[in-house]
Design a protein around this ligand. Sequence first.
Ligand code: ATP
Ligand code: MG
Length: 289
Amino acid sequence: MTQPFIHTENLCFSYKDSEGAGEHPALKGISVDINAGEYVAVLGHNGSGKSTFAKLLNLILEPSSGVLCINGMNLTEGEIDDEQLMELRRNVGMVFQNPDNQLVATVVEEDVAFGPENLGVPQEELRRRVDDALDVVGMREYAKHEPHRLSGGQKQRVAIAGMIAMMPKCIIFDESTAMLDPGGRREVLDTIRMLNREHGITVLNITHYMNEAAEADRVLVINDGLLLTQGTPNEVFSDRALLLSAGLEVPQCSEVVLELREGGIAIEGEDIASLQGCADMIARAYATR
Ligand SMILES: Nc1ncnc2c1ncn2[C@@H]1O[C@H](COP(=O)(O)OP(=O)(O)OP(=O)(O)O)[C@@H](O)[C@H]1O
Ligand SMILES: [Mg+2]
């Protein structure tokens, strides 16, 4: 049996206050397996622990207790040396919310080259990786442009290209679409889906947008530092009461189907997460009336 790409057992993390005295538990025991090639969405209200979880997976933060294995490496057993840390960072990339904080160079292609250059990739290969990465996100024609003149969505795609150029196995997106307009969000979401489907990159997409989560293979709901539930988008969005208890709402299309059912209209089917699925179920219900 192949082992999961990410494996956690009872993973905990507490922030220390500035005097190093008190502790603020942010993750209280997360056990989850994520397989290579999966597209997983992570939902949870503000302060539930999503970013903390993401930072542990990249060892930006070190777990307080529990087990964390990534790509066969146990990161909670003994000391982590620099080589292991480098390998982890090569394998697991992170894209954050604010594109402006992630772009470091004054020219797009230099920005994309920054990560792999730091990893010691030789010049010739570096050139190829930068070109390929810009191709993947559809930004090759902007290679010589200044990042600060790009739109929010374009900046995020450059940040993603910088990750791709390091050839990671997994990319974690921490609300990477939150600051974008609808067009920019769509660009980035299409890029995320393509990286997963066509390049086999394992994706964790932390988001507040329910319709984004509906695009994933699996949804994790984190509440108050614990994994409240997980399942396919259809499974998770059918349990409105549970989502409400975590301060979340179901997508609007799911809400319509659930309301109609509660109103006594028999709508058959399980495809509740996507707009198209909901529309088809409603259409079938009315066609057979
Ligand atoms: N640097 C820090 N020091 C102390 N406490 C922190 C720190 N960062 C986060 N926390 C606390 O840890 C908990 C989890 O925060 P985290 O940022 O992981 O939540 P989140 O789910 O990503 O929230 P959001 O949706 O707002 O991004 C919160 O109670 C938060 O206040
Ligand atoms: Mg966060």
